[in-house]
Design a protein around this ligand. Structure first.
Ligand code: BTN
Length: 319
């Protein structure tokens, strides 16, 4: 049975009897009942009530491939291979196994309603409960030496900031290298990974995690101040994906064609660390943040001396 179709029927939040669902899906009501463990294992908050049937309280805002592709300009949608998964360990991992096999289109996109082992930067876990946030990976190929990649993660951050602004969110900021903040709380993070063995042809995967509808309870285990898009604007997850893809593809294409320098001054408009005293870990280096250089490194003024901090496994906090 197609579990996607069952979820779609339940997405209105109303009660549906087992026999009604079975009839609509061309299966027995026992088959519907047998799907419950799978839905529970994905943490879909499904309820069943004797005499009334099944419902998902509050309904579901499910991702929809047709809506997303049709909402994008044809010039963009024609270059995208889009896959929406109900559940996977991590969309970055999923795409890394696909991108080498199939890159018929310029961009491979994978979205998942649930990630069971979502990964963040610096080996941290990333929380994405079923149907609540956006877990999106964009895969593409970049030709050129390793220099051709510097600044890419900054560009991806800019794209997400612009997408949030286009959705009407105020007070969006970027924290080097690529965390997205709203009102000083983290709303999205980016994990750029390279795969393939070539040194002049890189398989790039940009993973984006954006909190959209996550409740306090669902985000309880997160050990830093965080926020969700629904706190600021009325949201439809498909529209959020459309805005992200629009900005992302536009900027990644620009990045592939022009040099990173084209983005440096734009970064300063969003830079929440600019002119702040910060501490870099590991190491504990303290200095005043002075923006980024032509490679996307963070520039620090340390007692009058310029020091460069490269992204990778470091974290920067305002002192
Ligand atoms: C961070 O700020 O630590 C980066 C978070 C990146 C999370 C996204 S969600 C989609 C993609 N799949 C993953 O496993 N991680 C990234």
């Amino acid at each position: 049975m197609d579990i996607n179709k069952l979820l779609l029927l339940l997405s209105d939040g109303k009660y549906h009897s087992g026999s009604e669902l079975g009839e609509l899906l061309g299966v027995s009501r026992t088959s519907i009942w047998k799907c419950l463990p799978q839905l529970h294992s994905m943490n879909v908050p499904i309820e069943s009530l004797k005499g009334k049937g099944y419902r998902v309280p509050g309904g579901l805002d499910l991702l929809n491939k047709k809506i997303i592709l049709e909402s994008l300009p044809e010039s963009l949608s024609s270059g995208i291979d889009l896959e929406i998964l109900l559940s996977c360990s991590s969309t970055n991992d999923y795409l890394s196994q696909r991108i080498v096999v199939s890159n018929a289109k310029e961009f491979q996109v994978c979205l998942a309603e649930l990630q069971t082992s979502g990964r963040g930067r610096r080996g941290r876990a990333w929380v994405s409960p079923f149907g609540k946030n956006i877990a999106l990976s964009l895969g593409f190929v970049i030709e050129g030496g390793v220099d051709s990649l510097s600044g890419l993660s900054i560009v991806v951050g800019l794209a997400i900031a612009k997408a949030l602004e286009a959705l009407g969110v105020k007070n969006v900021g970027l924290k080097w290298p690529n965390d997205i903040y709203v009102n000083n709380k983290k709303i999205a993070g980016i994990l750029v990974e390279l795969s393939g063995e070539a040194t002049t042809r890189w398989n790039v995967i940009c993973g984006i995690g954006l909190n959209v509808l996550m409740s306090e309870e669902e985000g309880r285990g997160i050990d830093q101040a965080w926020t969700s898009l629904s706190q600021y604007v009325e949201v439809d997850r498909n529209e959020v994906v459309v805005q992200i893809l629009r900005q992302l593809i536009l900027l990644v294409d620009k990045f592939k064609m022009e040099s990173f320098e084209a983005f440096i001054s734009e970064w300063s408009n969003w830079d929440i660390l600019l002119d702040k005293d910060v501490k870099v870990e590991p190491g504990g280096l303290v200095g005043r943040a002075k923006g980024i250089n032509a490679q996307g490194a963070l520039v620090l003024d340390v007692s009058g001396q310029k020091q460069l901090i490269n992204a990778g496994e470091v974290s920067v906090r305002v002192k």
